[in-house]
Design a protein around this ligand. Structure first.
Ligand SMILES: *Cc1c(COP(=O)(O)O)cnc(C)c1O
Length: 364
């Protein structure tokens, strides 16, 4: 059994994926081919964003968004300590400071009630993450941001296809960033990412930064940028996969519902708020005896993963920020009890029954 089964997905869409990739190879338009523009416009439509800018990874998407906001050394960005390191790494990479606030114990997303206290004269923005595929509380976050003149960035790397109060992930903040890393809900066959915004000026700046700070003319550079272009072959893979994505999102709901119903008596199943539709980038449960459960499942050939074993404020990379382990008790407790079960649209009901039985047998 695989934790995420990309092989089954490939075999299901093989003809379309192969044909799309062959078109790129035959045309030899490897860099910024029409396919790149096509997937940008399709995903702008999908997220209801005015502009979509593809780029080389989810991490670079975040970097482009922060650079476009003019983030400078010593600026502060408020964010969550319970996520993959990329969200905060880019802040530090620009010399700015990630300021962590604790998470909500139910959704594991940033707790807006802690944000106001963390604001200083140096605070420039809030970077919220839609963890495990469930959107953060953007109404509450935007309210604080407006009152304090801060920008908001949505890290939608795990939530493309999710909904918040009937609005799609990817349009819930001034800029939203997503990732097409193969294991994400909409994955390509390498690295890739995208930034969404309704703001034409931010879009134009990010577009320029993406290609060496280009101006209107070739070899004219109006700012210092990077090379963060999206690969045309990866755009081709996404064009083949996107038509199937809505059905995959529906399958993720069915699988999650089945886990919920059969496991909630034994473990803490995910708490998805009524106004949210999660894409379950991870199906993560909280348990008391995680290591033994993981060993028990491994013996039965069931793969699991820990997202995330160490909150960011406890990572060596962020030692200079000076946090104590106990500063964010909710994030710490969740990181000690969380474990993710296999979750992908091609998980069969037989496989799922096997997983559920194995978890229950551990508790009986
Ligand atoms: C995967 C991920 C990223 C980084 O995306 P890459 O494409 O791997 O660079 C950023 N934030 C979150 C929350 C992620 O899960």
């Amino acid at each position: 059994m695989n934790f995420i089964d990309l092989k089954k997905q490939y075999l299901a869409y093989q003809e379309e994926i192969d044909a799309q990739m062959q078109e790129v190879v035959s045309s030899c338009a490897f860099i910024m081919s029409p396919k790149v523009v096509e997937i940008e416009s399709k995903l702008a439509e999908f997220t209801h964003a005015k502009f979509a800018l593809s780029c080389s990874s989810g991490t670079d998407a975040l970097l482009l968004a922060l650079m476009a906001h003019g983030i400078q050394p010593k600026d502060e960005i408020i964010t969550t300590p319970f996520t993959f390191i990329a969200s905060s790494e880019v802040i530090s990479f620009l010399g700015a400071k990630p300021v962590f606030v604790d998470i909500d114990p139910g959704t594991y997303n940033i707790d807006p009630s802690h944000i106001a206290r963390a604001i200083t004269t140096k605070t420039k923005g809030i970077l919220a993450v839609d963890i495990f595929g469930q959107c953060a509380d953007y109404d509450a976050i935007e309210k604080i941001a407006e009152e304090n003149k801060l920008f908001v960035i949505e890290d939608a790397a795990q939530s493309l296809g999710a909904r918040y109060k009937n609005r799609p992930a990817g349009c819930l903040a001034g800029t939203a960033c997503t990732s097409f890393f193969p294991a994400k809900p909409l994955g390509c066959y390498g690295d890739g990412g995208m930034v969404f915004t309704d703001n034409a000026s931010l879009y134009n700046i990010m577009k320029s930064i993406r290609t060496h700070g280009e101006g209107n003319d070739r070899y004219e550079h109006i700012r210092v940028g990077i090379n963060a272009r999206f690969d045309s072959l990866q755009a081709a893979v996404l064009l083949a996969k996107l038509p199937h994505f809505p059905e995959e999102i529906a399958k993720r709901q069915t699988i999650a519902q089945c886990y919920d119903e059969q496991l909630h008596k034994y473990v803490t199943t995910p708490s998805v708020l009524d106004h949210n539709l999660s894409v379950y980038a991870q199906y993560s449960i909280q348990v008391n005896d995680r290591d033994s459960l993981q060993a028990h499942l491994r013996k039965k050939d069931i793969p699991t993963a820990i997202h995330y074993p160490k909150p960011l404020h406890m990572q060596k990379a962020f030692k200079p920020l000076g946090y104590a382990d106990t500063d964010f008790p909710v994030a710490l407790a969740v990181s000690q009890n969380i474990i993710s079960l296999p979750m992908h649209p091609f998980l069969t009901s037989e496989e799922q029954e096997k997983i559920i039985k194995a978890v229950i047998s551990f508790y009986n």
